[in-house]
Design a protein around this ligand. Sequence first.
Ligand SMILES: [Zn+2]
Length: 934
Amino acid sequence: MVARSADASAAPGAAITPTPAATRRRAPIPPSTTLSGLEKPTLDQREYRRVVLPNGLEAMLISDVHADRAGAALDVNIGYFQDPEDYPGLAHFLEHLLFLGTAKFPKENEYSAYLQDHSGWSNAYTDSENTNYHFEVDAPAFEGAIDRFAQFFIAPLFDPSCTDRELKAVDSEHKKNLQADAWRLQQVDAELAAPEHPYHKFGTGSSETLKDRVSEDGQTVIPTRDRVMAFYKEYYSANLMRVALVGPQSLDTLESWLTTYFSPIPNQNLALPSYVGQPFDARHVGRVVYAVPIRDEPYLSLTWQFDDQRPHYGKAGLQYLGDLLGQETKGSLLSLLKAKSYAHELFAGADDSGRGFAFFNIQIGLTRRGAHHWVAVLAHAFQWIRMIQSHGVLRWYWDECRDLADMSFRFSEAGAPGDYAVTVSNHMHLYAPNHVLSGSTLFREYDADHLGALLQHLTFDQCRVLLVSQSLCDEAPPPPPPGWKILPWGYACQYQAQPCPPELRASIAMLKAHPDLHLPPPNPFIPNVPDEQGVPNPKLPQPTRPALVKETPLYRLWHLTDQQFAVPKSVIHLYVRNPRVYGSVHMAAAHLMWIAALRDALNETTYQASLASVEVHIDASLEGTVIVLSGYTEILPTVFARIWAAMWAKPFTAPSHRWDAVKRHLIRNLRNTRYKSAQSFAVYSCLLAIQSALYMWNDKAAALEGITQSDVERLVHTSREQLSMEVLITGNMTAAASEALIADALAQIRGPDTARPAPLPTSIRYALSRNHLIPTQRDWIYPLVLPNEDDVNSAIEWYVQLSPGLTAKDRLAVQLFDQITNEACFDVLRTQQQLGYLVHSGVRRHVGLIGFYVLIQSDRAPTDLHDRIEAFIAGTPARIRALSPQAFRKHRESLAATLTTRERNLAEEHARVWSAIYMGTWNFSVSHDDAAAL
Ligand SMILES: [Zn+2]
């Protein structure tokens, strides 16, 4: 897990006129480097240019002539590892403050208001060695956004009033993490690291760690703001920054903007900070660490520390180890642990890394029984590792990984420009210029000695063992000795590190090979896709419409041949409808159990398919079962056939040794809902109030206790007897192949009586669950006490439902209201009033209904939050009336641009088409129609 905090901001604001070109500083354009040999995905038609400015700042310019959105990111190679020891969280605090006004644009919400006016958003995060700032905006507003953005790194104001207020946001952000196990357990790791290494630091900060200090004589206040500014001056040097600009403008235009706006960033020619030693030295390995989580989710984690692997990225050593040790096929560690009901899941792969170190981790998600027998689990893990070590480095397996990675890179599709800029700016620190796009994916150099050395390093003596379990305190063997420690910074996690018991070391040393553990078979899902698959045609008009290829009482088949993206992939989406699955909480529980057992039974297939970039989702929904497969068209039918066969297997029986484990896991996950954040509960509870036929997590958990195998068998039987399916297939699978696929599927479940399966009755065939209308004329308040008493946060979702029977005009009015209100909401309720870190507003859609919500998580009482939201909303009419006609027009244009944003990949196209089918509107161009009506 990478420790990073993302700081979303979004806001509205007054209309800002872009700076006239005449007032901009022009610097001479330096020579740029056209990248020869840049490795690009096959379908990537964007143009790239690498530029190094005279101040040492390196940039990647990316021109995508068909894009209607643009994005930028700046990644500075300084993170919380550089925090002063006495100011934990300072780098993160600085990240928050940079957004709030610059000498050129002093208004504190200038940047977010400008972005909001042009359908944009921004964010930032602070990692151990990096801080990344980024935004996305409508393409015509790109230059104005770049101007405002670059000023953060030239002349930020650090206004004292903002500084005091923003400290509350950082503190609220930290409070959000207090009950989150990922944050707590990462801090346990940090706490146990060598105190000489910055890995031990606490990177988020809080109002306590970042408060103003008083001199020893008590006479002088030392403002933290001074420390922030000193930190900024010390470390924010252009030569440590990497910038990515992604937009439809030409490379020359992007380069001139880069030169104009980023050249003034001061350069101090800093060397990258270096550290002495590694996070964990001889004192820290060979120990067993115990920690108690908030959620009932025990796991065992084994971690090894390596030298920095980033200089060797082309050898892909840790990726190779991760793919191999993380196998889930028969003969794997996971397969063995599942057979013994010790584990549910296993992840293996590279973990945190930094200059001078890299971690490799195997994490095993345990059952209660597995937590109790963790020593046996540990022993099996080392039997698995040693079996793999005994075979040496497997050339054929490395080649297989290389081929799959190669294909994954060749056919990767474009995403949002803001996200792309983040990745590129960050990767520029790590990879050679022509490998910036491919460095994290491709396996390029087989080095048996290097791989062998990594593999042989996975010994028990070099391992850090971490056992995380709620039941540690009373029943885990061996009983933990007294001496529990309490994690500081308010996390209050109980943990301790003990020397490894000698008898455990001895028993691991004596292990014999396990007969059930063996190497994985070759992956059967490797497609053979030729390079000349087609050429993307981004000029095709959007939005596209699917054809209704076939309609029978049993199914509707929609099909859309994609011609825009030319990717050799498809998406198969089936909604096998049977609304009776939600007829009672008992039925709903049996349905959940069916799907969970099915996923469990299919795991080895879906794991191998996932290595070949095929994603599989099987979910229990309110009106039936949803199956979605996406990936290479060539292999999808094979994967689908296996899923379909397992789904309707007669009789449907999970192996008895798996039934209990799957059921306990499902119940445990439902019960863990109690530890969800206050914000999640607010959203969930509001949904409960609106949507009919929703069963609560605790009711489903209770009902599951009584579910038997025969309950599930009955459900499968009735689902097979009578069903109707809504099917959408998009991509490059032909309509004929799609028809054949569905016809085969139906033939497979046809009973001896050819009338089976029978279609669902017409009235419920495609019916959707209904929603409640909230009675007007009064407020309805649904108070709820958080089930997790230790959570210091509260939350509120304030929701206004619009009357049903919405016309396009109503629909537009609420979206425009949101467009105008959004930034003001963030600015007033978060930046000015500092109610909490999480402040959102937006449009919420339900089937047939639309509404507007404000959502806040805070350490204040919800009644106070309610009053403040009402006060804010009461000011909205005046705020709208005060808009100049020009500002109003700008909002309208911004919304129109959002509604007509071009789709960038097959998944986005598919999602739009499916939404219109699922909602039953069959309006595939609703956004474009709305934009036209604006
Ligand atoms: Zn933050």
